[in-house]
Design a protein around this ligand. Structure first.
Ligand SMILES: N=c1c2ncn([C@@H]3O[C@H](COP(=O)(O)OP(=O)(O)OP(=O)(O)O)[C@@H](O)[C@H]3O)c2ncn1[C@@H]1O[C@H](COP(=O)(O)O)[C@@H](O)[C@H]1O
Length: 107
């Protein structure tokens, strides 16, 4: 069982964001801007979806790692701390997804 967490990844992304662009993919993406980073996030999401629908377990693990990493880069560029996302997830634990969906439905 690994001790590595998204908080560790957030710290690494934050540290690498200001590294030399010839030495760091993170720095390169951050320098390229949100449009490029978000595009990469979308590509990795599609790759994860493809792995899921083809039941490619090993690739789904690999693409999920790519997806989470690129999400951390996008959040970094947007200036959104992971903590804020976790707070939103925590807030949602008060209600099931189905009842939340029902509450949004037109009467
Ligand atoms: N987790 C990751 C991680 N996951 C994926 N990637 C990189 O994401 C890039 C995108 O992958 P693709 O195959 O889609 O890239 P590509 O086809 O070459 O991309 P294009 O040029 O076509 O846009 C690759 O260069 C991967 O190496 C990552 N790069 C960095 N990290 C973490 O960030 C740390 C710092 O990395 P650097 O910022 O590169 O020092 C690493 O030690 C890791 O912990």
């Amino acid at each position: 069982m690994t001790q590595f967490s998204l908080t560790d990844l957030e710290r690494i992304v934050s540290e690498r964001a200001t590294a030399g662009t010839d030495q760091s993919w993170t720095a390169k993406l951050v320098a390229a801007g949100q449009k490029k980073a978000a595009k990469k996030l979308g590509e990795e999401a599609v790759e994860a979806v493809m792995a899921a629908v083809t039941n490619d377990r090993q690739n789904l693990v690999y693409e999920s790692a790519d997806l989470l990493y690129h999400l951390m880069v996008v959040l970094k560029i947007a200036g959104i701390p992971l903590q804020e996302v976790m707070q939103e997830l925590e807030r949602r634990t008060a209600q099931s997804g189905l009842s939340e969906k029902a509450s949004r439905r037109d009467p």
